[in-house]
Design a protein around this ligand. Structure first.
Ligand code: 13P
Length: 249
């Protein structure tokens, strides 16, 4: 079970350190995988703050090259060196606002794995795609392309996040059965692409308008292994979410 907070473009470095220290105290001893994904400028300081705690550090994005003329980008080598363990990749905001393609995302997934970190690969359909009945088709295509060329060993080190775009930041959370339907589909696809044993080893997180009052129902679903949280990861609600998830461990 994993709960990851995607802080997106929120919190300055000072605010991040303050909040991380609060979380360390409030979440101490919890037997969960708890991941904080702050903005890039906070990563270095948070790596120090989180050292020898039960909280892990994640980045929200990276480039796939080691170094070079890519103004404004951050490489996986840089992230690894400061102690980043997880990297969110293919988030819908990266796909839709910054035009990232599945091919580009696949290169990043490989680079993250090559540098010994865990990609959290995000997939999910838009409202329009759902209404046209294309949900499974979109998710399958994003997964097939995102995971293209990965070895079995690499698949074992990946995390998938199903984040329906219509649920992100809208307050419209997927109903537990709706999320389970897609999570079950993803599990079956992994089984078809690899095998049953491997499909069970890949954590599949749900993301999109998670709040303490809707979290339990989602996490009680058989193929939901945790949450990727935006807005509710920025304050006290994150502690509540971790407590709820720890009932399932
Ligand atoms: P919200 O929880 O704010 O809907 O954001 C979800 C998300 O995009 C996490 O990556």
């Amino acid at each position: 079970m994993i709960v990851a907070g995607n802080w997106k473009m929120n919190k300055t470095n000072q605010q991040a350190k303050l909040f991380a220290n609060t979380l360390i105290q409030r979440l101490a001893g919890m037997k969960l995988r708890i991941v904080l994904c702050p903005p890039f400028v906070c990563l270095s300081d948070l790596a120090e703050v989180l050292r020898e705690t039960n909280l892990c550090l994640g980045a929200q994005n990276c480039h796939y090259e080691k170094a070079g003329a890519f103004t404004g980008e951050i490489s996986p080598v840089m992230l690894k060196e400061i102690g980043v363990e997880y990297v969110i990749v293919g988030h819908s905001e990266r796909r839709h606002i910054f035009g990232e393609t599945d091919e580009f995302i696949n290169k990043k997934v490989k680079a993250i794995l090559d540098n010994g970190m865990t990609p959290i690969l995000c997939v999910g359909e838009t409202k329009e795609e759902r209404e046209k009945g294309l949900t499974f088709c979109v998710v399958e295509s994003q997964l097939r392309q995102g995971l293209f060329g990965l070895t079995r060993d690499q698949i074992e080190r990946i995390v998938i996040a199903y984040e329906p775009v219509w649920a992100i930041g809208t307050g419209i959370v997927a109903k537990p059965w709706q999320a389970q339907e897609v999570h079950g589909f993803i599990r079956k696809l992994l089984k078809a692409l690899y095998d049953e044993n491997l499909s069970k080893k890949v954590p599949i997180l749900y993301g999109g308008s998670i709040k303490p009052d809707n979290f339990f129902g989602l996490m009680a679903q058989p193929d939901i292994d945790g949450g990727l949280v935006g807005g509710a990861s920025l304050d006290e609600q994150f502690v509540e979410l971790a407590k709820i998830l720890s009932w399932f461990v």
